[in-house]
Design a protein around this ligand. Sequence first.
Ligand code: AMP
Ligand code: ZN
Length: 469
Amino acid sequence: MLKIYNTLTRKKEEFKPIEEGRVRMYVCGPTVYNYIHIGNARPMIVFDTVRRYFLYKGYNVDYVSNFTDVDDKIINEAIKEGKSASEVAEFYIKECKKDMKSMNIMPATVNPRATEEIDGMIDMISNLIDKDYAYVASDGTVYYRTRRFAGYGKLSHKNIDDLEAGHRDIKVTGDEKQDPLDFVLWKPKKEGEPSWRSPWCDGRPGWHIECSVMSKRYLGNTIDIHAGGEDLIFPHHENEIAQSEAANGVPFAHYWMHNGFLNINNVKMSKSLGNFLLVRDILKKYNGDVLRFFMLSAQYRSPLNYSAELMESAKNGLDRIRTCGDRLKDLISKSTNMEMTEEEDELLDTTKQYVENFEKAMDDDFNTADAIAAIFDLVKFANTNLDEESSGDILMKVFEKIEKLLGVLGLAFTVDKDEIDPEVEELIEKRQQARKEKNFALADQIRDQLLSQGIELKDTRDGVKWKRV
Ligand code: AMP
Ligand code: ZN
């Protein structure tokens, strides 16, 4: 039985989908005004793994994740770069997708962009105005009437009166906001900003309405899972609930999942603090799968501290698994007797417990840390029990078992030569050519260059072998 910790109820609950065999999930995506940092990578990796586990269990998954491509930060970046906001957004969306590919994040079923969904936002805001959940100020700003939504605070477990008290001394500056808790659904444009026509004024949407609308359009009024980093619980997700439930009249999401923060030297990693590491900084030194393995070494709700040592130990851990993968592959290719013996059959039976442990861990709110421990147990089993004497059948079965579980984590058991960058392959070829021509200086130079990219070459009697280091 799969259990999910639901922020809404603060309990682990059995997962019951709205529709048998199908999961509808929405994950709040990044605001695209910079390359993504490894903090942003955490929800991407974590919820991609959640999706993969549902697939493993036989569900179909509709996975929607947006790009917020209109925002003050994007506009400021555009001014700084002397570009339009849409050029900035377009550029960073492309770069973000490249980083996601390096981390083996499956492409979303739909990747909506806020600026392409404005009609839906205007519809939902109009609906909220009709139902008196929103009102229009004289400058055309539309506000959500927070107090009218009875459930306000249910996700963040905040009491609306406490929130009000906290806001009391904040002066409402000149605008016509009726209550300090009210938030913006639509705001008038300022000179030089991107804007769209609306019944209220030329302007642009507030951030919260974007996700309510994109989730509704691609997944329906009620969805199974809504997810994001824990900083989004309040106000973003609280406001999304207020908007969606007031507009649609039904619960918005059954399960709310939030990942813990990635810290650096025990301080929250964030763009505003300037203490962030970009995914592509990490990729200069490590493969994306090492970053992925590092992220999954902790349960997703716990804070995770980044350090160079932890990355190294993630790399070593993954290497240990891959060495086993390479060895099994080698044994399989050399094995002559296919048939499994009776003893082997019994031996194979003992691996069931590790698969069960893996599933038990993942069923318990996606405890990837324990799931990885189960994979290490299988690796140990393979290392101690399988060798040149083993039948091809048992070798294959164990290989496939480990490969399948690693696949849930988005990791490959072996890295194929085919997966190597074409550029790297070209360099290997070039080095071979240089060696043939006895240009050893150039050959060594290429070898060093590859080593700095994490590819170690070994010249063997069977030709050049390489491995990632
Ligand atoms: P943003 O672009 O700031 O809206 O963030 C995109 C996603 O990354 C959101 O789900 C955030 O909660 C998440 N996020 C941002 N910083 C971190 C961090 N340091 N650790 C974990 N998640 C983060
Ligand atoms: Zn969102």
